[in-house]
Write a protein that binds this ligand. Structure first.
Ligand SMILES: Cc1cc2nc3c(=O)[nH]c(=O)nc-3n(C[C@H](O)[C@H](O)[C@H](O)COP(=O)(O)OP(=O)(O)OC[C@H]3O[C@@H](n4cnc5c(N)ncnc54)[C@H](O)[C@@H]3O)c2cc1C
Length: 376
């Protein structure tokens, strides 16, 4: 693994820094709803016009084909410039729907959707989880019955982030009647404006509606919208989750270093105090996550489970940093909307994208080769 940058790397970093300095929006992102959609799409269109969208996508599909090392440099500059969070409503499309289409979609699907995603013209959401199928995704029950050239969808999804403002959904359903577990599923592109779809936003404890329940009542989706083969949706879904758990969260991991520096500046702890020790530990942990992000991105060949290690470490550290922030701010936290908002949101870090317990299971069983937990 080589970390010393050459002249071309330094030039790339300077170009990124200069562009970001002149283009990062000054107004904060609206928390949710149509205003957040307009803000995110405007920002993505600006990135695209500047030549900075789809950096990880292959050039053949309109991307820039950057190496993981260059991508890290971009995200370092991105968080340094305090650009809008990458975990906005464009996240699904750019980081896993688009890459899944590139890996498993038909040429028609790619030609229609990929330019719309890159240019900031469409929002995607993910419809995998159901009330009885979260960690155990293979127990999902929403059905898609083949009827002529269509699938007829019935059932319910939950926790679908940005479903209320999305144009399309990565929808995972059971299409083979009587099939069990991961067999007989299909991954389909669901147009969120189709008749029979009802979206009910859920407000979280931070007071924002980032996710929603989605109900499907005889929703007809053409079979041409299946991605990766009818009844073979598990393979496609694993491709999606692979993208979601690997480099997609790079910016968020790097952002922790910025947040801890903000907190240290705000706390100005007396040298040698207990708070100084605590913040120093958190700073060291953020540096370790950053090192892990580098290792995950640059290691050749990549191992499929590195993403789980970084994801777990990141999620738990994010919670510790925000708990420390509440202790630093004390009663002032009540008037500091941003830190309180992030503190409340940080509770979801060990649930979203696979819970901390599930990441530990993956690490234990698949990386360390420990005995598998009993399966029902
Ligand atoms: C902010 C946020 C955004 C989300 N966005 C989306 C989205 O866009 N699309 C989508 O489809 N889903 C989304 N989700 C849902 C997320 O994927 C699920 O919440 C997650 O997979 C856990 O599933 P569950 O909530 O059903 O909990 P459960 O699976 O019911 O788990 C409940 C508890 O049991 C534990 N547990 C379960 N199984 C095991 C096991 N085998 N070993 C040890 N412990 C276990 C879990 O760790 C957890 O603590 C989102 C969730 C959050 C918080």
């Amino acid at each position: 693994m080589r970390l010393d940058p050459g002249a071309a790397d330094l030039d790339f970093r300077q170009k990124a820094r200069t562009w970001l300095a002149g283009n990062v929006p000054h107004a904060p992102a609206p928390p949710d709803g149509q205003a957040s959609r307009a803000y995110a799409l405007d920002w993505l269109a600006k990135l695209h016009a500047g030549g900075w969208s789809g950096l990880a996508w292959p050039e053949a599909y309109g991307g820039k084909g950057l190496t993981p090392g260059r991508l890290l440099t971009w995200y370092e500059e991105y968080v340094r410039a305090r650009a809008p969070s990458t975990l906005d409503c464009t996240f699904v499309a750019l980081n896993h729907a688009g890459p899944t289409l590139i890996a498993c979609g038909t040429e028609d699907q790619k030609a229609f959707h990929l330019p719309r995603i890159l240019e900031g013209r469409s929002i995607w959401c993910q419809g995998f989880s159901e009330p009885g199928a979260g960690s155990d995704l293979a127990s999902l029950k929403t059905t898609g019955r083949v009827d002529g050239c269509d699938l007829v969808i019935n059932g319910q999804k939950i926790w679908s982030s940005f479903a209320d403002i999305a144009d399309y959904q990565e929808l995972l359903i059971r299409t083979e009647p009587g099939s069990k577990r991961h067999k007989g599923l299909s991954w389909v592109i669901c147009d969120m404006s189709l008749p029979g779809i009802t979206v009910r936003p859920i407000r979280n404890m931070a007071g924002v509606s980032h996710f929603a329940e989605v109900f499907y009542d005889d929703v007809r989706i053409p079979l041409t919208q299946v991605v990766g083969g009818l009844h073979d949706g598990w393979t496609t879904a694993m491709t999606t989750l692979g993208f979601e758990r690997r480099t997609a969260a790079m910016a968020l991991q790097l952002e922790l270093s910025v947040r801890i520096e903000d907190l240290i500046a705000r706390a100005a702890p007396a040298p040698g105090s207990a708070m100084a020790d605590r913040l120093a530990d958190l700073r060291a942990e953020a540096a370790a996550i950053r090192a892990m992000s580098y290792r995950t991105a640059l290691r050749e060949p990549a191992t499929p489970f590195d993403g789980s290690v970084v994801r777990l470490a990141f999620a738990e550290l994010a919670q510790r940093i925000h708990r420390a922030a509440m202790d630093v701010l004390g009663p002032d936290a009540l008037t500091d909307g941003q830190w309180v908002h992030e503190y409340l949101e940080s509770y979801s870090e060990t649930i979203a994208g696979g819970t901390a317990e599930i990441q530990r299971n993956i690490i234990a069983e698949r990386m360390l080769g420990l005995p598998r937990e009993p399966r029902a």
